[in-house]
Design a protein around this ligand. Structure first.
Ligand SMILES: *Cc1c(COP(=O)(O)O)cnc(C)c1O
Length: 843
């Protein structure tokens, strides 16, 4: 299979990625050879492709370090308010190409590799994804880091350096098999360990009353070792830091064994302490109350807060010393953003430090804490909300439990004052849940301990105020805000879709990567046949490229002339991959019924990981594969319909899928998807969306107009009304023969001839236990899909709509999102400041 060279050619043409200057190319080649020789200790005779990748990565990193050091120096000297983003997940993907683009040296690197006879795209493929995230929440954190650096904010990401990221998904015999993600096996060229900033973290122990106040004593200590990762801004010579903590056992860990003389056992047990940062919990939108996870959350918060306070106190100006002693001005210098409740122990931990260590009076400490912290809610699904058993906190974090109880005592006093006699409201708003096993509601803690609480799309922020946190909204309405999510246009257009980026540059210039609003200017060419042809050509090339990958990696042949209809996201019942599946089965049944009828050929691709312990999600993957088996091997179907399960969906695969998609499936039950960001990636790359009025789909439809999107199904209000009335799936099953046929086939083993009962449980869920009302939306969905098919037949109309999609995606830049967080929550102003590049500085 010959590889299309067009992308490399495109990458060289435009200056948004950096023009290749002769001196720069020479410099890159020199540095590359030096690293091959001195860092990798290889010559061209024995070097492997991976050696070449590492040599190039180190070369690119060399271009970073001057800017990195200078940026940090700049922050130290200007001492602006620092923004701290705390997240248990960062779904970064690869760094090489992103770094080259943001530094403006991609052109030079492409040319240098060409001149030394290497295929740079092949080298890029050798980088492991940094898969330290599950899905949207982790990827959002990664997009935010890119935007914070690009807007010139003095921002830091803090998280955990998991030794094993999100598992690799293999499909074996039509089902998911998980493999550990040993991403650090060959080393990580981007990170820098900082042993000098290693910090002790306490666990267990007991609380002692002393004349000087409470003391947490007899604890077990684990060390937190920081690893710094550079976060380059786009074209502004800023490089921020993502600091990830790794657990290190103390030298004297398990002293008891030393005393017993069991030296070997003592050394072996050091692993126990270091297990804290071993592995990412693979749940998306699901709370699993495991002790190790609680330790991870506290480990991250405690290490990060020590670091924040150390930096706060170490201002270089003597005049600030006095101010820094009493912490009054802490909230003027520090903003802490909590990415969901996962890092919410930062609130009681900050209180512990201020009260127990710094000896602030409680009320002052509380004022400082609330003015510093802000909380982003990411889901309203009850099974995802963190509620830690009191018993677990009591043993692992006894002092924090006391602090949480005291926070709750004062909080309850406030509720009582505002709503006297409303005992039921007090029960609902308590941080402590008393029904059944006593638990702490971490969302309640986060709201009470923050000055700002935000949802991640307009509709989601309304649901928060009107439904799940209604009581808290009525108590403190001024806290509640909306910050609609976004994606970085650097990775999700410039990097992943060079063909589209180029034709956009030809039309509107090269500012759009930092001013995505400017895409709106493309609207005037929406009907222009020449521009439509250019957009169509790019899409076709991208589809061909994806088709070649599918053939090479999975051995499946697809027809690149068919509509690429794609749903990629974590597998979850609320995301309704099963509804997509019902559409596939419906199309199949139609073809079988009348093979000669007019049909718009589709390649339907579904991809995503199921949490290893989520039985139904794994069944859904099985069903998709089984349906694919039947459909793809039926000669009557032929080229009309292909069903493909995309194995191991991750950031790197998303970068290949988005540019090649014709149709984006965003079909969650209204009111369940907080925002979605996959929807935005598709839109920016010119796919049309079929979707419900859920999450950010609502605002996408507003931006592009309802004529340019296929909206279907119940609204949030209609879902609510159906819940009130009572949902009976059999109403739909009995009245719609197409539904009945699909379900009977699933139920009766049509797709599982070897095991007729295989999918009975799926039919059971659809008919009896369905919390997400699939059958209620089925008819509207099929109707919308039929309109999609009809529209696709009119390519000029389709392209006009696609251009409208691209042109309307400006709002969904994470630069816009971050500017809003900065002004409305953090109290900092984006500077968009450009620092001087190191070589532009004399001395
Ligand atoms: C963007 C992204 C997601 C989020 O997708 P949604 O459709 O918003 O759930 C998940 N995984 C990866 C790899 C992504 O890039």
């Amino acid at each position: 299979m010959s590889k299309p060279q067009s992308d490399i050619d495109k990458r060289k043409q435009i200056s948004v990625r950096g023009i290749a200057q002769v001196e720069d190319v020479t410099e890159v080649k020199k540095t590359f050879n030096r690293h091959l020789h001195y860092t990798l200790v290889k010559d061209r005779n024995v070097a492997t492709p991976r050696d070449y990748y590492f040599a190039l990565a180190h070369t690119v990193k060399d271009h970073l370090v001057g800017r990195w050091i200078r940026t940090q120096q700049h922050y130290y000297e200007k001492d602006p308010k620092r923004v701290y983003y705390l997240s248990l997940e960062y779904y970064m993907g690869r760094s090489l190409q992103n770094t080259m683009i943001n530094l403006g040296i991609q052109g030079a690197c492409d040319e240098a590799m060409y001149q030394v006879g290497l295929d740079i795209e092949e080298l890029e493929e050798l980088e492991e994804d940094a898969g330290l995230g599950n899905g949207g929440l982790g990827r959002l954190a990664a997009c935010f880091l890119d935007s914070m650096a690009t807007l010139g904010l003095a921002a830091y990401g803090y998280g955990i350096r998991y030794e094993y990221g999100i598992f690799a998904q293999k499909i074996k015999n039509g089902e998911q098999v998980e493999e550990p993600d040993d991403w650090l096996r060959f080393g990580n060229p981007w990170e820098k360990a900082r042993p000098e900033f290693m910090l002790p973290i306490n666990f267990y122990g007991r609380v002692m009353d002393t004349p000087e106040g409470k003391k947490w004593v007899d604890t077990q200590i684990v060390y937190a070792m920081p690893y710094d990762n550079p976060i380059p801004g786009y074209g502004n010579n800023h490089v921020n830091t993502l600091r990830l903590w790794s657990a290190k056992s103390p030298i004297d860990f398990n002293l008891k064994f030393f005393n017993d003389g069991d030296y070997i056992q003592a050394v072996l047990d050091r692993n126990l302490a270091e297990n804290i940062s071993r592995v990412l919990y693979p749940n998306d939108n699901f709370f699993e109350g495991k002790e190790l996870r609680l330790k991870q959350e506290y480990f991250m918060c405690a290490a990060t807060l020590q670091d924040i306070i150390r930096r706060y106190k170490s201002s270089k100006f003597g005049t600030r010393e006095a101010v820094r002693q009493d912490f009054k001005h802490f909230p003027d210098k520090v903003a802490i953003q909590l990415n969901d409740t996962h890092p919410s122990l930062a609130i009681p931990e900050l209180m512990r430090i201020l009260v127990d260590v710094e000896k602030l009076p409680w009320d002052e400490a509380w004022d400082v804490t609330v003015r510093t912290c802000a909380y982003t809610n990411h889901t309203v699904l009850p099974e995802a909300l963190e509620r830690w058993p009191v018993s677990m906190l009591e043993s692992i974090l006894p002092r924090h439990l006391q602090i949480i109880y005291h926070i709750n005592f004062l909080h309850m006093e406030n509720v009582k004052k505002k709503f006297p006699g409303d005992l039921d409201r007090m029960r609902r708003m308590s941080l402590v849940e008393e029904d059944g096993e006593k638990r702490i509601n971490m969302a309640h803690l986060s709201i009470v301990g923050s000055h700002a609480v935000n949802g991640v799309a307009a509709i989601h922020s309304e649901i928060i105020k009107q439904e799940i946190f209604k009581d808290f909204y009525e108590m403190e309405p001024q806290k509640f805000q909306n910050k609609t999510n976004g994606i970085t246009p650097r990775r999700w257009l410039l990097l992943c879709n060079p063909g589209l980026a180029d034709i956009i540059c030809e039309k509107i210039g090269e500012e759009w990567p930092v001013h995505l609003d400017q895409l709106v200017a493309l609207k005037k060419w929406a009907k222009d046949p020449q521009f439509q042809r250019a957009v169509a050509k790019v899409k076709q090339e991208n589809k061909l490229k994806l088709a070649q990958i599918l053939e090479k990696d999975y051995g499946v042949k697809v027809n690149p002339a068919s509509m690429f209809d794609i749903q990629v996201k974590r597998i979850h019942e609320y995301k309704r991959q099963l509804l997509n599946c019902l559409h596939i089965i419906t199309l199949y049944n139609r073809i079988k019924k009348d093979p000669t009828a007019n049909f718009t050929p589709r390649t339907i691709m579904i991809g995503g990981k199921a949490a290893p312990g989520y039985y139904m999600a794994k069944q859904i993957i099985k069903l998709i594969c089984a349906v694919g088996n039947v459909v793809n091997n039926d000669p009557i179907v032929g080229e009309k319909l292909k069903v493909i399960f995309l194995e191991n969906y991750r950031v790197t695969l998303a970068e290949k899928i988005m540019p090649a998609a014709d149709l984006s499936e965003q079909i969650s039950t209204a009111g369940t998807e907080a925002s979605g960001t996959g929807n935005m990636k598709f839109m920016l790359n010119g796919a049309l969306t079929i979707g419900t009025l859920d999450g950010a789909n609502v605002e996408m439809a507003e931006e592009m107009g309802r004529d340019n999107i296929f909206i279907f199904g119940m609204t949030v209000e209609e879902v609510e009304a159906l819940k009130q009335k009572g949902y009976n799936a059999y109403d739909y099953y009995n009245s719609n023969p197409d539904i009945r046929q699909c379900i009977d086939q699933i139920q009766g083993g049509f797709f599982s001839p070897g095991n007729p009962n295989e999918f009975k449980n799926i039919a059971d869920v659809l008919l009896k236990y369905d919390r997400f009302f699939l059958l209620a939306d089925y008819e509207a969905y099929i109707k919308a899909q039929d309109l999609v098919s009809k529209t696709y037949q009119n390519q000029s109309k389709w392209l006009e709509m696609a251009i409208h999609n691209i042109a309307s995606s400006g709002k969904f830049s994470s630069d816009r999102t971050i500017a809003e967080y900065a002004r409305e929550i953090w109290g900092v102003e984006p500077t968009w400041e450009k620092l001087a590049a190191p070589h532009e500085i004399s001395n």
